[in-house]
Design a protein around this ligand. Structure first.
Ligand SMILES: O=C(O)CCC(=O)C(=O)O
Ligand SMILES: [Fe+2]
Length: 216
């Protein structure tokens, strides 16, 4: 199929992804959610984990609801000047058929035992107090790509509450979903929960795409 290089929105959203080998679509009329096992090999995952461990800081959230335990993980902004990071970013964008210019920098997350990211959506709440601050330049978030870098010994699944889908962490497994509906409005059915790690440590990277280019 021909490559559709765009910001990933509009009537063709997801078409490029569906044409890729080994992509599974989670059946739901409410949500465009895709899984690609083995997107990254264990060596690439381990190299990214090393970088997260070197530069992690407490995670933050937009539109805080006042719950200090809402997102208890640690975050790391990965450096695009690092060729390992740049290669992974480019491969994710190509896989989705989205021009890399629309991507936020790749972000790593690390969850120790008991840490989680409670149920939330990745788009910015249009009526939220932080909307303008986050969306003035690059617009709303469109697609999320999330890559599991390892398998914690217990817990740490990602649960999509509206469609009742539980995705288990697996080294190299990529999860992608469209945060928007076909008409461009945010899709509340993308509500998800990064569940508590019960044993071991969980590492993921997240790549968010925007409606307009991200400033470099
Ligand atoms: O760690 C997870 O399973 C989910 C992470 C997540 O939803 C996020 O970083 O926005
Ligand atoms: Fe999320």
């Amino acid at each position: 199929m021909t490559a559709i290089i765009s910001n990933g929105t509009g009537p063709d959203a997801g078409h490029h992804l569906i044409g890729q080998p080994r992509v599974q679509r989670v059946p739901s009329p409410k949500l465009s959610l895709f899984i690609r096992k083995g997107f990254s090999d264990p060596g690439e995952c381990a190299a990214i984990i090393d970088r997260i461990d070197a530069r992690r800081r407490p995670s933050t959230i937009a539109d805080s609801n006042g719950d200090p335990l809402y997102r208890t993980s640690e975050t790391c902004d990965l450096d695009r000047a690092d060729p390992v990071v740049a290669a992974l970013e480019e491969r994710i964008a190509a896989f989705l058929g989205i021009d890399p210019r629309f991507g936020e920098p790749l972000q790593g997350q690390r969850y120790a035992v008991g840490q989680e990211f409670k149920q939330h959506t990745d788009y910015f709440e249009p009526k939220g107090t932080d909307f303008d601050e986050h969306c003035a330049i690059s617009g709303q978030r469109t697609w999320t790509a999330m890559l599991y870098l390892n398998e914690p010994e217990a817990g740490g699944a990602t649960r999509f509450l509206t469609v009742g889908k539980l995705v288990q962490p697996e080294t190299g497994k990529l999860l992608c979903w469209n945060n928007q509906r076909a008409d461009g409005t945010p899709n509340p059915a993308t509500l998800h929960h990064g569940m508590k790690v019960r044993a071991g440590t969980k590492y993921v990277v997240t790549k968010w795409f925007r409606e307009r280019p991200w400033p470099v």
